[in-house]
Design a protein around this ligand. Structure first.
Ligand code: THU
Length: 140
């Protein structure tokens, strides 16, 4: 996995974020198991609740194109006027969406300030005891 490339793609996607309300711009780059990159940005709405986070935009683009298996996601976000970015961790709703499609022990969330400064967490670390598809499997 080329971590720097994934972060650069997240930073590029961040430029497309539509954030007239929060002015907090986030970009994400999702790497599928077969090596494709799906980017996403946050897209806000005057109705507020229809807003979508960068991470979910990336996941929904991939899933809507038939891709269901993933290895990692890079996330970069901060206020539009920030000179440098701080780490931006996925919201609870996005963590739950990751839980649907990713293996909690191996899926990597790369929180990036820039291509040189980043932290890596597994989904299990940021969503302990998550509820996912496995919990709905019937045992008999
Ligand atoms: N946001 C994301 O897109 N991803 C995150 O990881 C955190 C928050 C968005 C949602 C909203 O458009 C703005 O950032 C402020 O919450």
């Amino acid at each position: 996995m080329d971590i720097k490339l994934l972060i650069e793609e997240a930073l590029k996607a961040r430029k497309f974020s539509y954030t007239p309300y929060s002015r907090f711009r986030v970009g994400a780059a999702l790497l599928s198991r077969d090596g494709q990159i799906f980017t996403g940005c946050n897209i806000e709405n005057a109705g507020y609740t229809p807003s979508n986070c960068a991470e979910r935009t990336a996941f929904f683009k991939a899933v809507s194109q038939g891709v269901l298996e993933f290895q990692a996601i890079a996330v970069a976000g901060g206020p539009e006027d920030a000179l440098e970015l701080d780490y931006c961790a996925p919201c609870g709703v996005c963590r739950q969406v990751m839980m649907e499609f990713c293996d909690p022990e191996s899926f990597q969330i790369i929180l990036a300030k820039n291509p040189e400064e980043y932290q890596i967490r597994t989904l299990e670390e940021i969503l302990p005891m998550g509820f996912g598809p496995k919990n709905l499997e019937r045992k008999r």
